[in-house]
Write a protein that binds this ligand. Sequence first.
Ligand code: ASP
Length: 598
Amino acid sequence: MFRDKWCGEMRDGHIGSEINVAGWVFRRRDHGGLIFVDLRDRSGIVQVVFSPDVSGEAHALAHDLRSEYVISVCGEVRRRPEGTENTDMPTGRVEIYASKLAVLNESAPLPFTLDEAAEASETLRLKYRYLDMRRPELQANFILRHKVAKSSRDYLDGEGFLEIETPMLTKSTPEGARDYLVPSRLNPGSFYALPQSPQIFKQILMVAGMERYFQIVKCFRDEDLRSDRQPEFTQIDVEMSFTDRDEIIGLTEGMICKAFRDALGVKVDSPFIRLTYKEAMERFGSDKPDMRFGLELVDMADLAKKSSFKVFLDALESGGRVKAILGKGMAGLSRKEVDMLTEDAKAFGAKGLAWIKVKGGFESPIAKFFPEEVLREMAARINAEDGDMILFVADTEGVVHNVLGRMRIDLAKKMDLIKEGFKFLWVTDFPLLEWDGEEKRYAAMHHPFTSPTDEGIAWMLQMTDDVFSARAESPELSALTAKAYDIVLNGYEVGGGSIRIHRKDIQRRMFSLLGISDEEANAKFGFLLDALQYGAPPHGGIALGLDRLIMLMAGAASIREVIAFPKTQKAFCMMSGAPSTVDQKQLRELYLKLNLPL
Ligand code: ASP
């Protein structure tokens, strides 16, 4: 028997008993007479003492132990002598006096010590991920991840959902990213796509009468990576029939509240706040605003019109916006600091940044363009007091919201306004479509299977084909709203879903609206269109990004800290070396020839 107890569970109650433990040598201190080893397993660390008085043999063997040797120890649990207890360790009141030691395996010297792993470069940590993962911090992340997955499974099971697997070798399901393709040996020249999501399959499961489906599932998207993205990631994917938005929102809140309770012991406030997309953009300049602080965007258009400041007037004249944000206590910023803020605004896409400092009076290069009472009104509207600074951006609506939305976050960090905690938010009523200026066509903002509102459907069905084939940005099409909703946590989108189109004629119209011809629609999504004609029930669903959720729950700096074997920004696995070249024989079998640029 290697062990009958875990290292981390040793307490006073074990004193006097003879136990077996196994694990890794974490630290070793050789005091000549006595040798101390901190023995670590997944549960924690316990101190083992090798004394020649207890076992000369074990003591002699212990001389040769090195970091990360794998050992098992048999010994007696004793109380530590007075004054040598370690209150920082849960096991710190006891120690094990070893009577037997077995060295189960040796370890080469480590490329980084586990104690200092946090300072090692991330690429080194990822190359030796199995060492990195021995650290308690990372282990805690995976325990948390397991608990959240289990809690969600239990919750959905309790609500009558069935976990059903959908294929990984499949046809493209568009979620707005590039596909990962897999060549088919048995069908030369044909490719499977790895699923960007199980979207179409879960809808077909509704047609199949499964009613309530879920899956904790890998999805694959070939896109440029950021710290909160990975080429393969995990979703808690949910779909249900005969439902509406509010039911899905209620169900999701229930699942999240339970997961936070079960995994973190945290009570999350519910129901979560809801904002429409329009409100979120107007007030926070973002469709995933961080609600842990205020600092809302304030419309100044009517007051700007009373000025003679050309930049503001021109922006308004050409249909743009003038909005402001408050820099609390920032009137004391130096010229250089203000220049830096302006550079930030420019980096976010603004042409410039206008500002007014409230300092007794109003101090600003643009103050002269404003009547005094207008300055006062602006200050009152944004609650600026003496010592504050008002920051303005004037541009198209898109630029104003984007720049101020991003500055809002930067300023909140600078001013230390972000409170601890978990602030959830639903963003609803998303636009159905997004104009793609490059491709000169509309794309689905969520995905092409999302239902427009009932009015939108009525409008779409009575529109003639030539409206749909017109490939120019149209106010009517831009105004269409979707039955789509996102869930946001602390400024991160952690999930999204929608009520789906369940009628074939509407789905066809949607495809034509997106510039997808009937032939293309049949080739790509014919199986869905087929299924929709055989009594498809109304249905809808949601998917939560598990990795991102766990990252936020764990307070981890990156999504990679909560994924066992993540990839780098270049989608490379430092440990296995994937992706890698393959030999000619494999390529020949797949009828592939490489055509690499020189
Ligand atoms: N398939 C969607 C996604 O992956 C989620 C959903 O609409 O249920 O984002």
